[in-house]
Each structure stands twice: as C-alpha cells, then as structure tokens.
Ligand binder design. Structure first.
Ligand SMILES: [Mn+2]
Length: 332
C-alpha cells in the first residue's frame, strides 16, 4: 500500500475492511509485550473469524499469553514468536500504541507483509500501520473488533463472543470505569446473546486464586499509603516482598484507587533496578499526561510508565508529578 490510511470513528470504513476482503490469505495476529485480555481477546476473535472465512492465521508475539487467560478460546494457538515467517498478506496489531512494544517483530512484518493493520483505542497511538483505525471513544479494542466483525458479516461464535466479552470486561474494570458507554453495554449484550457467559468469564478472571494468594495480598496491602489530604493513594512494592505471580495476577493498583477521597492511585513495583508504575484516575485528572512525563502512556484514567530505581527515589518523583496534576485539577 502507498499512503497510510487513518480512520477514527467507531464504525470501520471500507478502507479498514479492505485488507480482510477477498478469498482469504495468510495472516499473523501480532501481540505486544505482556499481552493482556484486550490484546489477546481481540487478536483471537479476529483470527478465528478470518479462519472461518478460509484464512490461514498464526497468533503470537514477544511473550506468551499469561496463565490467567488460559480460558480464552483458542489461546493455546498463541505462541511466543522469534520470527513471523512469510510472505504474509496481513499482519494485525490490536491495542498496541507503540510498535516498539513488539520487540522488533514489527520490522519483520514491514518486510514480509503486504499490509499492516493497526487497530487501537489509545490516544497516543503512533499510527505505524498501513491502515490505522484509532477510535479513542472505544472503552476497549474489543468494541472495535466487534464492529469490524459485524461490518465483515462474520457470524459470532461462542468462542469469538467470549474473547471479545473478556476484552471489554477487563478494559472497563468489569464495566465500572468512566470509559463505559451505552455502546459498551449494547455490544456486551450482543456478545452474551452470541454465547459469552459472564459468570464463566468473571470466575475465570477473579476466582482462581492460589491458596496462599490472600495472605500475600494482605502482605502487599499493609504497604498502601494515602496522602494527608486523602487525594493521592499509592502502593510502593520493593522487589521480592511479594512473589511475582501474585503481583501479576492481582490488580493491586485498584486498592488505593478504592479509597473514596483518592483522585489518583499509583502502584510502583521495583524489579531488576527499575520501577514499573501504574496510574489510575477517576475522571478528573488525566493520568496519561503524568505517565507521558516519564516516557509512558495509556488512557485518561489508566496509564503506566517505567522509571529508574531505586524505589524510594522513583516514588518521590512520581508522587511529585501526581501531586502537581491533582493540585491543578479543577474539581479537587
Ligand atoms: Mn485496551
């Protein structure tokens, strides 16, 4: 393709649909580092739909799917990839704002694929595809892929519906965040109608703890702190105090976020000399702008970045930036 295509509204344009037309071909559904449920659910849903139309589809990325998401239909097909193979007709990336997060696989895609399709809802998406469909009004990329499959006239199987429902479920904090719209529920209703089972998804995501997980969670929660004025909540976790599997499977940032007065919550995890930071807002402070000061990104209410250690210095710097943003926000 020559000039890159950009599309930003919720319903895909003919140019967005065009790479998926015709009688099939070879496609790779390419995930980014540490793929989450919005990434995996959308890649699997779209890939399974294309397979139903005669395409040959491979799934993978720089990291394997996490154990927590082993219930997603088809996720056993998702592999850690060193090479993409080729030649390919289409490479699709979903929920991936920055192509550097493919650890070089995007460069192979540029050499071996006719078209790279970039489907995302992050405002800071770099528009690196031949086709860039960026709908920042979507609560999850799952909403966008639902619209894509509808426009393609693909039947929603229970497997496809479960993948998309999980993508939307996780990116909306179980339909609780301010990104949720009536469209989110309309799409979720259609997915349940097509065979997604909310109780199975909820149980798979939230009721699969290891027997010792609550004790470790308790250990972590003793470190939650709230600022004197109540508006900042944070949890700074030194390396090694809680097993990595617990930190990976618990959304620890939700605990400081759950304090009524907190406007911005922050989780700081130290590992290998760096500190991974997750920021959550409640609609009145744009945490993406805070993350961007440290080279990170995300959404208005959910963002992240990585800063150099040691943990106390990283915590001091990040909280200073959060404090400036909270103090500037009009409603607080
Ligand atoms: Mn997402």
């Amino acid at each position: 393709m020559s000039a890159p295509i950009e599309h930003t509204s919720p319903v895909p344009s003919p140019a967005v649909l065009e790479p998926f037309g015709g009688g099939g071909g070879r496609a790779v559904m390419l995930g980014h580092v540490h793929p989450d449920a919005d990434v995996l659910g959308t890649l699997l849903a779209l890939g399974l739909a294309l397979e139903g139309r005669g395409w040959n589809v491979a799934y993978g990325g720089p990291h394997p799917a996490p154990d927590l998401l082993a219930f997603l239909p088809g996720v056993d097909r998702y592999r850690r990839l060193d090479t993409l193979g080729g030649p390919l007709d289409v490479v699709v990336l979903t929920d991936c704002p920055n192509p550097l997060r493919t650890e070089g696989l995007i460069d192979q895609a540029r050499r071996t694929a006719k078209v790279i399709v970039n489907i995302d809802h992050h405002p800071d998406n770099r528009r690196y595809g031949d086709v860039n469909w960026i709908d920042t009004s979507a609560a999850a990329t799952g909403e966008m892929v639902y619209e894509l499959l509808r426009a393609l006239g693909v039947p929603l199987t229970p497997a496809i519906a479960t993948n998309l429902f999980t993508a939307i479920h996780t990116d909306t904090g179980s339909f609780r965040y301010s990104n949720v719209t009536s469209r989110t529920f309309t799409i979720a209703a259609a997915l349940v109608g097509a065979g997604a089972r909310p109780e199975v998804v909820s149980e798979s995501l939230y009721e699969r703890r290891a027997p010792d997980a609550l004790r470790w969670l308790g250990e972590a929660l003793t470190r939650v702190e709230v600022s004197e004025d109540g508006r900042l909540g944070w949890l700074a976790l030194p390396a090694g105090v809680v097993p990595e599997r617990i930190v990976e499977s618990e959304e620890l940032v939700n605990y400081p976020r759950s304090v009524a007065s907190v406007r911005v919550a922050c989780l700081l995890r130290e590992r290998d000399g760096t500190v991974k930071v997750s920021l959550r807002g409640k609609g009145d402070v744009d945490v993406q702008k805070i993350a961007a000061q440290f080279g990170g990104g995300g959404h208005v209410n959910a963002a992240g970045c990585t800063v150099p250690g040691p943990l106390p210095e990283a915590t001091r710097q990040v909280l200073a930036a959060v404090r400036r943003a909270v103090d500037r926000s009009p409603s607080s």
